[in-house]
Design a binder for this molecule. Structure first.
Ligand code: HEM
Length: 236
């Protein structure tokens, strides 16, 4: 027999599922803007290891010549992204949900244990809790990244009016690089997040949609009738 247990508040689910498509629009429109001047690459001693981005990438995703469209979408949807994020942070602070997400001093080592556990290299069960240490690190980190994107975005959106902010982030070029690096971070987060969601299974995913998780009740816990003992066979 199974029973339903409440896992995710309605507000958290709402903010989460609104955030996902908003972030997709922000990344897509950001790429349309980035295409117009795309200087970033990872190179060692002049040898380019990764170029952000090769021509085929823009070509296949139809990201060329869309600067004006990108700016229009980016500067409109950023407000929804920022407001949704602020509401999520406000709700998290108000409801006490931040306690589920807050990393502690033990979180880094416990997150390492989670990785070993997931790779089946560690047998000990993980400490009980709503989120394991790796999730706490990832979720708290991605919320900070969201704040960083809005702040660095404002710094490069209005570098004259918000000159103090742009300067605080190291100048226009540094703020632009920070804004870009955070976007790469989301993509990496997303790949790991989706892999973990698939690994955790349908029940876990459904709880983020409905709010409830199905908990199987252990067989021993359910009352059951012992079979009547057979009368002992007579020795004579
Ligand atoms: C569209 C694809 C996505 C799916 C299928 C998905 C799925 C999920 C699921 C199932 C959980 C609950 C995890 C658990 O209870 O163990 C969760 C939580 C979370 N996800 Fe996603 N997610 C998606 C996109 C994103 C994106 C784009 C972000 C942010 C960049 C994100 C950030 C988070 C955060 C911060 C939490 C914890 C929320 C909280 O409890 O406050 N997710 N996600």
């Amino acid at each position: 027999m199974n029973h339903l247990e409440h896992k995710h508040d309605r507000a958290v689910r709402y903010f989460h599922w609104v955030n996902a498509p908003l972030l997709a629009v922000m990344i897509w429109s950001g790429l349309l803007i980035y295409w117009a001047y795309d200087p970033y690459e990872i190179a060692i001693r002049g040898i380019v290891l990764v170029k952000f981005f090769p021509d085929w990438f823009y070509h296949h995703l139809d990201l060329k010549f869309g600067l004006a469209t990108g700016m229009a979408y980016h500067f409109a949807f950023m407000w929804f992204f920022a407001v949704n994020g602020l509401l999520y942070i406000g709700y998290t602070a108000w409801s006490g949900h931040w306690r589920d997400l807050r990393p502690t001093r033990r979180t880094p080592i416990e997150a390492f244990h989670v990785v070993l556990h997931d790779l089946r290299l560690r047998k000990e069960p993980l400490p009980p809790g709503k989120f394991n240490a790796a999730q706490r690190l990832a979720y708290a980190g991605v919320v900070m990244m969201g704040a960083g994107s809005v702040i660095s975005g404002l710094a490069i959106y209005k570098p004259t009016q918000l000159a103090w902010l742009t300067t605080l982030l190291g100048g226009y070029q540094a703020a632009r690089l920070e804004h870009f690096a955070l976007t790469v971070g989301y993509v990496l987060f997303f790949i790991v997040h989706i892999a973990q969601v698939i690994r955790a299974g349908w029940n876990n995913f459904r709880s983020m949609v409905t709010g409830y998780e199905l908990i199987p009740v252990a067989q021993e816990a359910t009352p059951h009738v012992h079979p009547k003992p057979e009368p002992a066979a007579s020795a004579s």
